[in-house]
Design a protein around this ligand. Sequence first.
Ligand code: ZN
Ligand code: ZN
Length: 485
Amino acid sequence: MHIRAIARFASIVFCFRRRIYVFCTKSQRATLGSNGYAYTCLRKIFKHTLLSEFLGDTMKIEFHGAGQEVGRSCIEINDEILLDAGIKVGEIVEYPDNIARKRDEYIDYPSRVDLPKIKAVFISHAHLDHSGALPLFDHFGLNCPIFCTEGTKETTYILLRDALKIAGFKERHVAYTAYDIERIEMLMKSISVHGEGTVGRYKYKFFDAGHIPGSSSILLEFDGKKLLYTGDLNTIPTQLMKGTDIMPNVDILICESTYGDREHTPRVETEEAFLDKVQEIVGRGGSVIIAVFAVGRAQEILILLNKRKFNVPIYLDGMAQRVTNVYMEATSTLRDPEALMKAISNARFVGRENRRKITKKQGIFVTTSGMVTGGPIIQYMDILKDDPKTGLVLTGYQAENSHGRQLLDTGRITIKGKTSKVACTVDCFDFSAHAGRKQLVNFIRHIDPNILILNHGNPNAIKSLASEFKDRKVYTPKTGDILQL
Ligand SMILES: [Zn+2]
Ligand SMILES: [Zn+2]
């Protein structure tokens, strides 16, 4: 069965003294390298021993996630290095290595990643689609340094603790414990925003990716080749971030493609429209509930609000407070730390105990979660949703099945199991932290890689972006695929 699978990709397959030899053309070899199933068959037969003989001195890049999808970013290089270790959060939690976790389902060892053999993990940034599987990997034997910036380290820790808390709250079993998170913190080695160093035969260097504070693109140099992994990328400056660093030319570029088929409205227009909307709601005597992501968006919105006078107090509630405190310590990727400091001093940090009282008067409530899926915003909505003067303002992408999406599509929200129509207004503004199509194209042209690998995007976004680069070799792997380059 396995031999037949290989034979589809090779001219001659034969067995001699308990060794299997495969002869194939260069293009057959490339096809085989990118076919996850056949490659797995080969692995089973050779048990690793003949693999390098057969494939020669090539680079192996395995996509455990984020292949033609957004979520569970995790790329393995030569069975030794992991770039990111994320999860995909939806109806169920999906982990790298095609492990899906349903409610109460036992979780398997991520068998395609030989975790104890991994020599280093590089985390591009704190978002859980890039870091959420770290405790699971620790649980199953990861024992190597995890390199990331200080901002990423501290924020990842906050997000992982929060994810565990939410899972407990929703009575979902998670695949790891608080102890695994503590261990992860011990393995994490924070390095400076432009830090560099060596692990075994790999030289690494970090660049500012401009996505959220502490976010990095990672350059690896080994075997005379340069590989750049963008992580998530925003090339333009925002109120909070400076935009990406200028990065060097490389042989291989693994580039995110989230907005590969779409452009953003120019940032300044979005900012003005957002501030006008807040002004309009305050002007009609209403309160404003602003839904933000704790990491990056909350801080950007505070800076922006500070650009106008609203004559009502601005409050910050939820996990965004802790993240904001981290950013005040790790300021090196911020565009203007002073502006954030001023914005924070004009906002009041509040919690559960104040919500009833402060919502009795007009105010601007900046709070999590960004898609209205949980967190303090639920209580703010519960109190204020029936007031037609109140306005809910969403500040980013709203996933299918999120309350934010439901509110935009139907004007309804489900709180404590009861679905009802809201009287408050609902508006959404596109404050994306990802480069738009044109910016991605310019970024890639500037890096000018011989080989371009597109990941972290839905199939349409990836297809559209790939169509811009007919002048070079472009790979668009699916999750589970392996490239031999
Ligand atoms: Zn991200
Ligand atoms: Zn991402």
